[in-house]
Design a protein around this ligand. Structure first.
Ligand SMILES: [Zn+2]
Length: 490
């Protein structure tokens, strides 16, 4: 499931929609420790919290390999495969042994919590099954890091096996590593890094000498020589001090709120029969309803009247529960079109009818008026869309795909999009349509967004305040606060 977050800023002055992203390694690939003190701190902290596993053994998942996840399996004849390599021959196995070292870039691993992060993706969805020492640990698409051990024992050997089930197409091993977390009771380097990078993103967006100084002091407090000389306790003390240097930033940072709403991007038909999409929708909506039952703060949003119509026709009980959740304000139908169509090629009449049929359905079945256009996966947009949306009662539009262009970079994140006839939609581009809960990424998003709104005037500008109130009322409290998910200073 992917997510949608909306960010609600200072004193609820305004609000924005923002996607959170595929497991992204924000600070991967940092240069080795050289350069400014800040760069050294970030690179060194990254190095001690990530144990890269670049080399793997690789084989097609065919009849010639039986249970290669087993410890006794002999992979001597398998090809070697590196992180970054790609293939296009369909399902495969990856396998490798690793011995937990005494330390990682000087940081002692005894007792540390280790999670395995793997990212394999390509032209088609990839289903992963992960095995540790022959036992299945996890399976699914776009997996979060998987717990390998809560208390590492240096010298221990672990066999990691991965089955990547994919129908074909270009696919690559993008990431394979262990993530290191400090044992309970000790300061955690990853937490420090996330807090530092989150605060830095916000301070860069809202420059202030005093706040900048707190960051510099936090960097200066870190004692890397202790780590080099093997004095783990001394380094831990400096890490605790470095966190304390950032504490004065907490009240300012806490004046911003980030709200998140779940969303799952489901193509109605793409490389599979539509009947399969019905099951994908059922599974996804069932999961969303379960999460709503389980977590009082959880909210969900979904587009495409057709997806709802399938549930109404084939799974009426599930549909009724969605109706109930919409009444409660915990599920928000969005988009207002029958499906999420291409927005380049269809003629105007077709798009008008998407909106006519879609909004009519949502009004009849859920009693809601849709005001936000939602089409994150269109490759382009005809220039009359604001006119078509506006005349259909819409005020807002969310999309993102032209951000994917690697040559012509789209410069705006939040802007008024105007049609030739002068109709305007407040338009927002989140990062992507599949995003994890990632503190740094979300802080960067908030930083960009708050600048787009005009950082110097947001408190006093009544026009902005008006905009915000409009956005806020549209959301009707649908967002679930994610503040407090990470137990950090911020
Ligand atoms: Zn799509």
């Amino acid at each position: 499931m992917t997510h949608l977050i909306s960010i609600l800023c200072e004193r609820k002055t305004y609000q924005v929609l923002a996607f959170i992203v595929l497991p992204l390694l924000l600070w991967a690939g940092e240069a080795p420790a050289s350069g400014t003190a800040r760069d050294v701190a970030v690179a060194s902290m990254t190095a001690i919290t990530e144990l890269r596993l670049p080399e793997w053994r690789w084989h097609a998942a065919d009849a010639s390999v039986l249970h290669p996840e087993a410890i006794a399996f002999d992979d001597a004849q398998w090809q070697s495969f590196k992180v970054g390599d790609e293939w296009n021959t369909g399902p495969v196995w990856f396998r490798r042994w690793m011995q937990i070292p005494e330390s990682n870039a000087g940081y002692g691993l005894r007792g540390a919590l280790l999670r395995f992060r793997v990212r394999i993706s390509g032209e088609n969805p990839v289903h992963l099954t992960i095995f540790f020492n022959g036992a299945k640990a996890e399976e699914g698409n776009d997996l979060d890091p998987i717990m390998l051990t809560r208390s590492a024992t240096p010298g221990e050997r672990v066999l990691i096996a991965i089955k990547a089930t994919v129908p074909g197409g270009r696919t690559s091993l993008q990431q394979g590593q262990l993530e290191v977390e400090a044992p309970a009771g000790r300061p955690d380097p990853r937490t420090w890094l996330q807090e530092f990078l989150s605060a830095e993103a916000m301070i860069r967006a809202h420059p202030d000498e005093g706040r900048e100084q707190h960051l510099q002091q936090a960097v200066a407090a870190l004692d890397w020589d202790r780590l080099k000389s093997g004095d783990q306790a001394g380094f831990d003390r400096s890490l605790t001090a470095a966190r304390e240097r950032m504490r004065p930033l907490a009240p300012w940072l806490k004046s911003f709120n980030i709200h998140a709403t779940g969303n799952s991007h489901i193509d109605m038909a793409w490389l599979w029969p539509w009947t399969e999409t019905v099951e994908v929708v059922r599974n996804t909506f069932t999961t969303a309803l379960q999460l709503i039952r389980e977590f009082p703060d959880f909210t969900f949003t979904a587009s495409s009247a057709q997806a709802y119509a399938w549930m109404e026709e084939k799974y009426p009980k599930l549909f009724e529960e969605i109706q109930q959740r919409v009444r409660e304000g915990r599920w928000e139908p969005i988009g207002g079109m029958w499906v999420e169509p291409d927005l380049n090629m269809p003629d105007g009449e077709s798009l008008v009818r998407q909106l006519l049929a879609g909004t009519r359905y949502f009004r009849d079945k859920f009693g809601v008026e849709i005001r936000t256009g939602w089409n994150p996966d269109s490759f382009g947009y005809n220039w009359q869309l604001p006119q078509i949306y506006k005349r259909s009662g819409f005020n807002y539009f969310v999309t993102q795909k032209i951000y994917w262009n690697d040559t012509t970079k789209f410069p705006h994140k939040l802007f008024w999009w105007e049609a030739p006839n002068g109709s305007r939609l407040l338009t927002y581009f989140p990062h992507d349509y599949g995003n994890p809960i990632d503190a740094v990424r979300m802080a960067q998003d908030l930083a960009q967004y708050s600048v787009a709104m005009g950082s110097s005037e947001w408190r006093s500008d009544t026009q902005h305040a008006g905009k915000c109130r409009a956005l806020e009322s549209r959301q009707r409290g649908l967002s679930a606060a994610v503040a407090g998910r990470g137990a950090g200073i911020f």
